[in-house]
Design a protein around this ligand. Structure first.
Ligand code: PMP
Length: 428
């Protein structure tokens, strides 16, 4: 049995950790089988507890854009750690990374660092509510903004009714302030504004979605949301936790030339340490404590190790922006190879891609929102996932996740992956 030690570790973990994991997707629930336990990682590869080497297409769900254990990032963390790991007092490095982030991303003057993407999005919504004096938000089905209560909401019974909790523990009181629309559907957003005049504080979305596979905004969608927000006095929040510092230096705002009011970050911005951030123009950020009345805080926020990793990562991306082109080229190469292999096998599929994000859906129709993503054949995906894993290729253990390429991947790795897809596709 090739996963013997991982399976043993999973049994032990389940005795003391709910479901054996500290974040649900890791448990392989949607693909079946036991999760792989990682021992270490370097560059484009994971090394598991059973001594296998895997080509990694998750990159810790995005952060490791330059590959695992990237030397400048590791060196920065090691050096900082020797000088103390947390003070709960201001440090110079926080200003340094803030200055760099503000210079890289369009339209932001100030940034506040937090410890996760969840915190960033939760705080961004509180800030939007505090700034606008309104309580409701619009989110899109299938977009994930972390696990804070306002986001764990599913659509109500009618298109323009209130949302309802999709996890026990989320109150109906909270749910009524989150309105749901389908991704890429401007008409529904218009209807929500019309049904809730003067009540909507903000629209929050992943401007390129990565939590229902990779889904691109349709032509005019982001611009249309910008206009609807302006007409209705609402703020536009781009959740760039996945896309920020990945699709371009300045994220989707730069790539698609649409300006949001508040932007959230996570993943790449922390170089693999627990970091999130939210940013906006000074007029909005000045509402935040201690400058303004909107409360937000964190004992470990701006932690020196996290800031050191983040600063090393952003510095490298800022100085070597050709990384984004290199990643885009590699992803396109992979796309073409996978497309050819799957086409030859006759399996029904569709591939979505932008920059270094790509997803393979076993669906007939174009995948443009949560419903079309959900129409994919999950049984085929499971076989695909386990087939690739047996070949030493690790993709996300869920049909609803994007793959994230890292720049340590070589063309040989990509060819090996394409060959594995060709082999596995014959079994689908
Ligand atoms: N927003 C997006 C777009 C995400 O993909 C995620 C996490 N995958 C989050 C927010 C939440 O981030 P975290 O898991 O760091 O809380």
């Amino acid at each position: 049995m090739i996963y013997k030690r991982s399976s043993e570790l999973f049994v032990a973990a389940q005795k003391v950790i709910p479901g054996g994991v500290n974040s649900p997707v890791r448990a392989f629930k949607s693909v079946g089988g036991d999760p792989i336990f990682v021992k270490e990682a370097k560059g484009a590869y994971l090394y598991d507890e059973d001594g296998r080497k895997l080509i990694d297409y998750i990159a810790s769900w995005g952060p490791m854009i330059l590959g695992h254990a990237h030397k400048p990032v590791v060196d920065a963390v090691v050096q900082k750690a020797q000088k103390g790991t947390s003070f709960g007092m201001p440090t110079e490095i926080e200003t340094k990374i803030a200055e760099l982030a503000v210079s890289m991303v369009p339209g932001i003057d100030k940034i506040r660092f937090v410890n996760s993407g969840t915190e960033a999005c939760m705080s961004a919504v509180r800030l939007a509510r505090g700034f606008s004096g309104r309580e409701k938000i619009i989110k899109f089905a299938g977009c994930y903004h972390g696990h804070s209560d306002s986001f764990l909401i599913q659509a109500g019974s009618g298109a323009v009714t209130f949302g309802s909790p999709n996890s026990p523990g989320v109150t109906t009181g909270t749910a009524k302030d989150t309105l749901l629309a389908d991704y890429n559907n401007l008409e529904q957003v218009k209807a929500l504004f019309a049904a809730n005049p003067g009540e909507i504080a903000a629209i929050i979305l992943e401007p390129v979605a990565g939590n229902m596979g990779c889904i691109l905004p349709a032509e005019g969608f982001l611009q249309g949301l910008r206009e609807l927000c302006d007409e209705n006095g609402a703020l536009l929040i781009f959740d760039e936790v996945m896309t920020g510092f990945r699709l371009a230096k300045g994220g989707v705002q730069e790539l698609m030339d649409v300006q949001a009011d508040i932007v959230t970050f996570g993943k790449v911005i922390g170089g693999g340490l627990p970091v999130g951030a939210f940013a906006a123009r000074a007029e909005i950020m000045s509402h935040l404590a201690p400058e303004g009345p909107v409360y937000q805080a964190g004992t470990l926020s701006g932690n020196p190790l996290a800031m050191a990793a983040g600063l090393a990562m952003l510095t490298e991306l800022n100085e070597n922006p050709e990384v984004f082109t290199s990643l885009k080229d590699k992803t396109e190469y992979l796309h073409k190879g996978i497309e050819q292999a799957l086409t030859e096998s006759g399996v029904i599929f569709t591939i979505n891609r932008l920059g270094s994000m790509i997803s393979v859906h076993f669906a007939k129709e174009a995948v443009v929102d949560f419903k079309t993503a959900a129409a994919g054949d999950n049984d085929t995906f499971k076989k695909f996932f386990h087939g690739l894993l047996a070949e030493g290729i690790y993709i996300a253990p869920s049909a609803y996740e994007s793959w994230f390429l890292n720049d340590a991947l070589s063309y040989q790795d990509l060819d090996d992956t394409i060959a594995a897809v060709a082999k596995v596709s014959k079994t689908l």
